[in-house]
Design a protein around this ligand. Structure first.
Ligand SMILES: [Cu+2]
Length: 181
């Protein structure tokens, strides 16, 4: 009697355990397969995003380099063009002394450093213009003989007073060039 009851209880317990283990297996095995699909989908989406971002980088890097080169070239051109203009501007100021028989007119000429004096012989005789006081040349400068109708010029750069005369005629036709500082 006791053995039959014990066997019945053991069978009942075995059935309960078997039922519980079967339920546990089915519950545990389903979720992992679902998770696996979700992960696969996420990976494929991520790989697509990486390819897209890599393709967009090269154009962004190339554009700034081209713009910088163009700006530098445009700025240099006007700066290089400006300097040559002042170099060609220095004006030449000329002063005329008329040589007659027998005087220089005007007798005194005031000039600025760098100016040029031109002696024009409008007389009937030949004359010259020689630095110094009649009758002694000082050797600073001297014109050749200036024939009637001809002229001769000299540039004066250093401030000072420069007397001159004509070596061909008595009295020397005295004149004076004053270079103002
Ligand atoms: Cu003379």
């Amino acid at each position: 009697m006791v053995t039959k009851r014990t066997t019945a209880v053991l069978l009942a317990v075995a059935l309960v355990i078997a039922a519980c283990s079967a339920t546990a297996d089915s519950t545990t095995s389903n979720p992992p397969s679902t998770v696996a699909h979700t992960t696969a989908t996420q990976l494929s989406t991520t790989s697509t995003l990486v390819v897209t971002s890599t393709t967009s980088l090269p154009p962004t890097t190339t554009a700034p380099q081209t713009t910088t080169t163009t700006t530098t070239t445009t700025t240099l051109a006007p700066t290089t063009t400006a300097p040559p203009r002042p170099t060609t501007k220095p004006p030449t100021v000329k002063h005329t002394v008329e040589q007659l028989d027998f005087s220089n007119t005007p007798q005194m000429v005031a000039v600025k450093p760098g100016d040029t004096v031109i002696w024009v012989n409008n007389g009937l005789s030949a004359h010259d213009a020689t630095s110094g006081a009649d009758p002694t040349p000082d050797g600073a400068w001297a014109s050749p003989v200036i024939q009637p109708g001809e002229s001769w010029s000299r540039r004066f750069d250093t401030p000072g007073t420069y007397p001159y005369f004509c070596t061909l005629h008595p009295g020397g036709m005295p004149g004076r060039i004053v270079v103002e500082g």
